[in-house]
Write a protein that binds this ligand. Structure first.
Ligand code: AMP
Ligand code: ZN
Length: 440
C-alpha cells in the first residue's frame, strides 16, 4: 500500500544508486573484505584452505556462493576475541547478546564500525521521518544489547534531541514523553504496545496529550497486525527495524514510511537467502534463511553469517526512491520454529490471529508440553477488561473463535485459554512468547 507522505533520505547517494553501480561497489568491497579476513583471522583462513579457496578466487558478488558460512557457534568457539580481525587496541566498543541458548556472544567494533552503524541508524530514523527538529525517546535497553546505543547514535548523527531513557519505568517514560513533547519512540514492539496501553490506562489521549509521530520498533519478531495495533494505540507510524549484534546492531535494514519491507543497507552488507537444510542460495522472492556478509567492517567482519532468521528478499524499486533490496518481515527463526505433532508452528502465526480478535489483548504465551508421547500446545491469551466482565457464554464464543482460527491458520488443534487482563508478564525488552516444557 503506498501513501503520500514525504520521504526523507539520509544518504541519497548510497541509498538510491543504480543497482548496477551498487553491485560494482559491493564486488569491490567484498574482494577487499575476503582478503582482509583471510589475512587476519586464522580460523576463517583454515576454513577457506580446507575448501581450497584462495582470496584471489573471489572476483565479485557472483563468487560469494563459494565462501564457507560462519555461524553463531563460531563466535562461541572463538570466545571472546578469536574472530577479531583488527588489533585489540583498535576496538573501541564491545556489544553482546545473551542469545536464546545460554552462552553470550560478543562482537568487537572499531571506530569505523561504530561510524558505519551510526550511519545505518541515521538512515533508519530518517526513513521514519526524523529530522534535527525531532525529540527521540530511546526506550531500548542501554548496555551490551545494541538497541539503546544504536538508536542513540543514529539520532545523535541526525542532530535530533535524544532522550536516552533505556527500558523500564513505564510511568516515567510516559511522563517524559508527554512533558518534553517527544516526537519519536524507539523500543521493542512488545514494549511499544505496553506503553500504548499504559497511556490509555492513565486516561491520556495520544492524539491530544502526546506529540509522537513515529516509532522505530524491532529486535524481536512482530506481525503486520501488531503494527496496525501499535499505530492505533499511539496514533503514530510504526516502522520495522532489523539488526543483529554480529553484523552491526539495529539498522542493518529498516522500513520506510511505505511500510512494505525493510531496506537493506547494501553498501555495507550483502544479503542472501539460502535453503537452511542444504545451504543452497535461493532466488529473490523465495523464503529461506537470511545470510549476511559485511563489506565495510574492520573489527569482526562476518562472511556469509547465517542469521537463522527466515524471510525473503524483494529487489523491486520502492516508491520512496530507494533502490536497495527489501527484506520482508521476519516470519520466524529456524530455531524458534516449534514442531507440534509434526507441524511447523511459528509464534508469529498465532500473533497474527490474536491481534485481529476483539476482546483479547495481543499478549500471549505458548505453553508446549508432551503428554503420553504426544505434543500439546496451550495458547494463553489475555482478555481485555471489557471482555473479562462479559458473560461466560460470550467469553466461550470468543475462545472457540480463536481456537478455530488458529486451527485454520496453523493446521493443528490447540487448547486456547483466556486469562485475566494483565496476567501475562510484560516485557520491557524482547518478549518471551514460548515456554517449551519438552526442552526442559
Ligand atoms: P540481538 O543481536 O540480541 O539484538 O538479536 C538479533 C536477533 O533479533 C535477530 O537475529 C532476529 O532474530 C531478532 N530481530 C531483530 N530485529 C528484528 C525484527 N525487526 N523482526 C524480527 N526479529 C528481529
Ligand atoms: Zn521505501
Amino acid at each position: 500500500m503506498g501513501n503520500d507522505r514525504e520521504h526523507r533520505i539520509f544518504n541519497p547517494r548510497m541509498e538510491c544508486m543504480s543497482r548496477d553501480e551498487r553491485a560494482q561497489l559491493q564486488s569491490e568491497r567484498l574482494v577487499q573484505t575476503v582478503r582482509y579476513e583471510y589475512d587476519h583471522v586464522p580460523v576463517y583462513r583454515a576454513r577457506m584452505d580446507a575448501k581450497c579457496i584462495r582470496p584471489e578466487d573471489i572476483h565479485g558478488i557472483e563468487d560469494l556462493k563459494y565462501l564457507p558460512f560462519m555461524e553463531k557457534t563460531d563466535l562461541r568457539d572463538q570466545w571472546p576475541f578469536g574472530l577479531l580481525a583488527a588489533p585489540k587496541r583498535d576496538i573501541v566498543r564491545i556489544q553482546g547478546s545473551s542469545g536464546t541458548t545460554g552462552h553470550p556472544i560478543v562482537s568487537g567494533y572499531t571506530r569505523n564500525d561504530v561510524d558505519v552503524w551510526s550511519e545505518m541508524m541515521a538512515r533508519t530514523l530518517t526513513a521514519a521521518g526524523c529530522t534535527p527538529d525531532d525529540i527521540v525517546q530511546v526506550a531500548y535497553g542501554f548496555g551490551l544489547f545494541t538497541g539503546g546505543f544504536g538508536a542513540y547514535q543514529g539520532a545523535d548523527k541526525i542532530g535530533a534531541m535524544v532522550l536516552p531513557m533505556s527500558s523500564g519505568n513505564t510511568q516515567r517514560q510516559i511522563l517524559m514523553m508527554k512533558d518534553l513533547g517527544v516526537t519519536m519512540l524507539c523500543c521493542t514492539p512488545s514494549y511499544a504496545a505496553y506503553l500504548g496501553e499504559t497511556v490509555r490506562d492513565m486516561g491520556l489521549d495520544p492524539n491530544v496529550d502526546l506529540k509522537l509521530k513515529a516509532g522505530c520498533f524491532g529486535a524481536e519478531p512482530w506481525t503486520e497486525e501488531m503494527r496496525v495495533h501499535i499505530e492505533e494505540l499511539l496514533g503514530i507510524d510504526a516502522c520495522d527495524i532489523y539488526g543483529l549484534t554480529e553484523i552491526a546492531g539495529p539498522g542493518v535494514s529498516f522500513a520506510c514510511l511505505e511500510k512494505d519491507g525493510m531496506h537493506i543497507n547494501e553498501d555495507h552488507v550483502i544479503a542472501e537467502i539460502i535453503n537452511p537444510a542444504t545451504g543452497e542460495p535461493l532466488p529473490y522472492g523465495e523464503s529461506g534463511e537470511l545470510v549476511f556478509t559485511t563489506i565495510t567492517k574492520t573489527g569482526m567482519p562476518m562472511l556469509r553469517y547465517r542469521t537463522h532468521d527466515i524471510c525473503s528478499l524483494n529487489p523491486e524499486p520502492c516508491a520512496c526512491g530507494r533502490t536497495t533490496v527489501r527484506m520482508t518481515r521476519i516470519t520466524g527463526r529456524t530455531d524458534d520454529m516449534l514442531i507440534i505433532r509434526g507441524v511447523n508452528v511459528f509464534p508469529s502465526q498465532i500473533e497474527s490471529v490474536l491481534v485481529g480478535i476483539k476482546g483479547v489483548a495481543p499478549h500471549y504465551m505458548l505453553v508446549v508440553d508432551r503428554v503420553n508421547s504426544s505434543d500439546t500446545m496451550e495458547v494463553q491469551v489475555e482478555m481485555t477488561e471489557e471482555m473479562f466482565s462479559d458473560t461466560i457464554s460470550h467469553i466461550e464464543q470468543v475462545r472457540k473463535n480463536i481456537t478455530d482460527q488458529i486451527k485454520s491458520v496453523v493446521g493443528i488443534a490447540t487448547n486456547v485459554k483466556l486469562v485475566a487482563p494483565k496476567s501475562i508478564p510484560r516485557s520491557e525488552g524482547k518478549a518471551k512468547r514460548v515456554i517449551d516444557h519438552r526442552k526442559l
